[in-house]
Design a protein around this ligand. Structure first.
Ligand SMILES: [Zn+2]
Length: 376
């Protein structure tokens, strides 16, 4: 195998297996030469990736996406872009290239490692994201305010990268995306590792309020035992609950839970949906199951889908999904939301996605595909 692809696999696994950088199959990596780009396939986990997990595309044909004018209708536009992306594939088998392919293409360095580190997102999902980012990184990094993913985000990054490059005489090697994560680029892997270390070190330096020790353990609840009876669609579902000091911090009351009741990033929505259901203690003094049943029905009425995360006041959180793998993913992603919310207090407190931003993701076909792949 080509030396560069071997290195790409190594760096992908290195960050992929580190839960502080990547959780539940998120993140993506790429390598490019003058004519081709190799990018992680959609739905493949970095942790265990091998040569078959990458899609090779023609860079010339990818440039069409940047030059072309697409439909104004979001759904039509994303379909047109997807067709051009598919058209640029050289060899892929059944794999679909990452939705972030065009972004990797315009980053003017050979290796790109995109992750969603908890510490970086504590800053990216906070009220002071942009100002702290400027203070810590200055002309070393480009900050992109939240933009709907897909083509719109790509065009935004393309324009901002061009502006940055003409201003500083060099393309950015660090691109921070608000409510999303970070892209780190370099022509060698040691360069990328060094940049990541400096990012973590700088943000860590600003942390005053530290996370409580990770002491997560299962907890018992009649809601978990009887989940299949709480809604007809839960009939074949699985539920699992955990509690920890961090979880108690958010579940002690409804007011605390306001800092953990919705999504920070598009990935949160992919795994956990955008809204998390709080089941208050006063409601279940008589019958906890009946109270949960009513709350679940109310949630479905409001949002039109089944809840995946239930927070039981004073007890813990419960993940509900149609299989155990998905339940574990939900617990992992939602625990990460709690960490990000907690740590964001170092940067002015949590900044969640807005209703319009959430709606865009809910309607996005590409994310539905990822959701499907994550389950299989
Ligand atoms: Zn991402």
């Amino acid at each position: 195998m080509d030396q560069n692809l071997t290195q790409l696999i190594e760096v992908s696994r290195l960050y992929g297996k580190d839960k502080t950088f990547v959780i539940a199959g998120g993140g993506n990596t790429s390598f490019k030469d003058g004519t081709h780009i190799w990018i992680k396939a959609s739905g493949v986990a970095l942790e265990t990736i091998d040569g078959n997990g990458f899609v090779c595309l023609s860079r010339d044909r990818l440039k069409i996406v940047s030059a072309k004018t697409y439909s104004h209708d979001a759904t039509e536009r994303e379909a047109e872009v997807k067709a051009d992306l598919t058209n640029a594939i050289i060899s892929a088998g059944d794999n679909r290239p990452s939705v972030e392919t065009s972004m990797h293409e315009i980053i003017d360095y050979q290796f790109v490692v995109h992750t969603h580190p908890t510490l970086v997102n504590a800053l990216m999902c906070s009220n002071n994201a942009e100002s702290v980012c400027n203070e810590l990184f200055g002309d070393q990094a480009l900050f992109i305010p939240y933009t709907d993913p897909g083509y719109i985000l790509f065009k935004k990054v393309e324009a901002e990268t061009a502006r940055f490059t003409s201003k500083f005489g060099k393309a950015p090697q660090i691109i921070f995306l608000e409510n999303h994560g970070v892209f780190v680029a370099g022509n060698t892997i040691p360069e990328i590792n060094k940049l990541y270390s400096s990012i973590i070190e700088k943000i860590n330096h600003k942390i005053r309020v530290m996370l409580p020790a990770d002491d997560a353990k299962p907890f018992a609840s009649p809601i978990i035992d009887h989940i299949t009876q709480l809604h007809p669609e839960f009939e074949t579902f699985v539920a699992k609950g955990i509690e920890s000091n961090l979880i108690h911090h958010f579940t002690t009351g409804r007011k605390c839970f306001l800092k953990a009741d919705t999504a920070f990033t598009p990935d949160d929505i992919v795994y956990c949906k955008a809204h998390y259901l709080f089941i208050p203690a006063y409601d279940y003094e008589k019958d906890q199951l009946e109270s949960a049943r009513t709350k679940i029905a109310g949630y479905i009425d409001t949002f039109g889908y089944l809840p995946k995360v239930l927070a039981v006041e004073g007890q813990g959180i419960i993940a509900v999904e149609d299989n155990l793998k998905s339940v574990l993913n939900v617990l992992e992603v939602y625990s990460n939301i709690l960490k990000i919310s907690f740590l964001s207090e170092n940067f002015g407190g949590p900044k969640f996605m807005t209703r319009a931003q959430i709606e865009f993701i809910d309607n996005w076909e590409v994310e539905n595909y990822r959701r499907k792949m994550a389950k299989s």
